[in-house]
Ligand binder design. Sequence first.
Ligand code: 2BA
Ligand code: 2BA
Length: 109
Amino acid sequence: MKLIMAVIQDKDSNRLSDALVKADYRATKLASTGGFLKAGNTTFLIGTEDENVDNVMTIIKDNCQSREQLVAPISPMGGNADSYVPYPVEVQVGGATVFVLPVEQFEQF
Ligand code: 2BA
Ligand code: 2BA
C-alpha cells in the first residue's frame, strides 16, 4: 500500500475530489499553506494499493493545472526594508507536487 500526498491549488481541489470519488478512490483533504507564497493550497492524502498508484497519478495530472501567480510586493512598513521587492514577481505554481510514501500498516477501527 502507498500513501500519495499531493499538494495542489485550491482552484483544482473540488474537481480532483469529484474525480477521485468517481473512480472509487478514498481520500482526505487538508487545508494547507505554501511556504513561499504563504497562500492557501490543498493537500490530498490518498491511501491506495500499489497497483493503483499510476491511475491515481493520471487522475491528479488530468485535474490539476499549472498557473502563473503574481507575488505582491511586501511592504517594508514594520518589516525588514532589506528584503523589500518593489515590483510584483510572477511565479509558476505547479499543478501538483506529489509524494508517494510506503505505508507500513493500515487500520480502520
Ligand atoms: P470521507 O471520505 O468523508 O468518507 C466517509 C465514509 O464514506 C467512509 O468512512 C466510507 O464508509 C464512505 N466512503 C468514502 N468513500 C467512498 C466511496 N468512494 N464509495 C463508497 N463509500 C465511500 P471511512 O472509510 O471510515 O473513512 C473515514 C474518513 O477517513 C474518510 O472520510 C476519509 O477522510 C478518510 N479515509 C478513509 N480511507 C482513506 C484512504 N484510503 N486514504 C485517505 N483517507 C481515507
Ligand atoms: P509555495 O511554497 O507557496 O510555492 C509556490 C510556487 O512558488 C512554487 O510552485 C514555485 O514555483 C515557487 N517557489 C517556491 N519556493 C520558492 C523559492 N524558494 N524560490 C523561488 N520560487 C519558489 P510549486 O513548486 O509548484 O509548488 C507549489 C506548492 O507545493 C508550494 O507552494 C508548496 O506548498 C508545495 N511544495 C512544492 N515543493 C515542495 C516540497 N519539496 N516539499 C513540500 N511542499 C512542497
